[in-house]
Ligand binder design. Structure first.
Ligand code: ATP
Ligand code: MG
Length: 309
């Protein structure tokens, strides 16, 4: 059954499995894009529940890895803006730039600062001295730099190489409520380490086919880590750069919801030009323009993750 949101006019396909032909002629539904709640007349069939309920929240503390093998799907943008949203909600948050590109650090105006390379490789710094408080309340960063590329060379073949990050985070893990790890567009050393270190992987997926395939790869790696290491790492899919005017966007949303069910976030991040603007001025979107659509959606996403909505 097709439902059109009366607020943002986005059209949704409602899974037939949750349509009950027996009961009420009018039901309440909530738009998974703009979260508007409205009554829906059901002709010949009735919904007995809303779009699948949100998953339970992540609890008080969590290490979240943001990854997808595909490049340019908004991993860094998600790390930054989700981190800022948690911090605004009073959560002490650490952003970890675990990508040689160091775009997360650059988006906060930091360039070639000491990173985990200096902690792990030449041991001139401790992790505590490398961490920096950002100019935003409750928000810290562990910067990245280009020298981190050498970590792969030196540790890529050692036993337990995929536990390097988890081991180093041990001493600071409890000082923060939320740790968010940004990763490169690959499934090798950096992403593997982030996945082993995390409780939850958020997999941003642009509403197009190849980033959907990249998400599948991350899912399979998580399942292997869980199987082999007796772990319980969870994963969730975040649809990003959604453009309701594009058929491919709409089809991919429906395909992803069909494939991942409740593991696909209810919140979808829309394409928003303000995002690119905010990067130019090296400022998180919500501080650049608090009314920007994507800024509000990242706040909603943080609430969804915390189970606050
Ligand atoms: N909601 C959005 N609306 C419009 N543009 C966006 C949005 N989110 C991200 N972008 C833009 O998409 C580009 C890629 O974003 P980002 O750097 O976050 O992706 P990434 O997955 O981290 O890339 P990489 O794989 O290279 O690390 C950037 O130019 C960013 O400004
Ligand atoms: Mg990135």
């Amino acid at each position: 059954m097709i439902v059109t949101c009366e607020n943002c006019r986005t059209r949704f396909h409602l899974d037939d499995r949750i349509v009950d032909e027996q009961t009420k002629p009018v039901v309440r539904v909530r738009c998974s894009l703009c979260r508007h709640e409205f009554s829906q007349q059901v002709v010949g069939a009735t919904l007995d529940q809303n779009i699948p309920d949100a998953m339970p929240g992540i609890g008080r503390r969590a290490v979240i890895a943001v990854c997808n093998q595909k490049g340019g799907v908004a991993k860094t943008s998600t790390c930054l803006n989700l981190g800022v949203s948690f911090a605004l909600m009073g959560k002490k948050t650490l952003l970890i730039d675990f990508d040689v590109q160091s775009n997360l650090s650059a988006s906060l105006g930091l360039h070639e600062q000491p990173s985990l390379y200096e902690v792990i490789y030449d041991r001139t710094h401790s992790i505590e001295t490398v961490m920096q408080k950002t100019r935003f309340d409750n928000l810290w960063i562990l910067p990245g730099n280009s020298r981190m590329a050498l970590l792969t060379q030196r540790h890529g073949n050692t036993e337990r190489y995929q536990h390097l990050l988890a081991d180093r985070l041990g001493s600071i893990r409890d000082s923060f409520e939320i740790l968010l790890i940004d990763t490169p567009p690959s499934v090798e050393f950096f992403t593997l380490n982030a996945l082993v270190a995390c409780d939850l992987a958020v997999i941003p997926t642009q509403c197009e086919y190849f980033s959907y395939q990249g998400a599948e790869k991350i899912r399979r790696i998580i399942e292997a880590i869980n199987r082999n290491g007796n772990r319980n790492i969870d994963y969730r899919i975040l649809m990003t750069m959604y453009d309701s005017s594009r058929l491919t966007s709409r089809v991919l949303v429906s395909k992803i919801r069909g494939r991942y069910g409740r593991r696909a976030f209810q919140t979808v991040i829309e394409m928003d030009e303000k995002m690119t603007e905010s990067q130019v001025v090296r400022t998180p979107l919500i501080y650049h323009d608090k009314n920007a659509r994507a800024a509000k959606q990242y706040v909603t996403l943080a609430k969804e993750l915390l189970g606050a909505e």
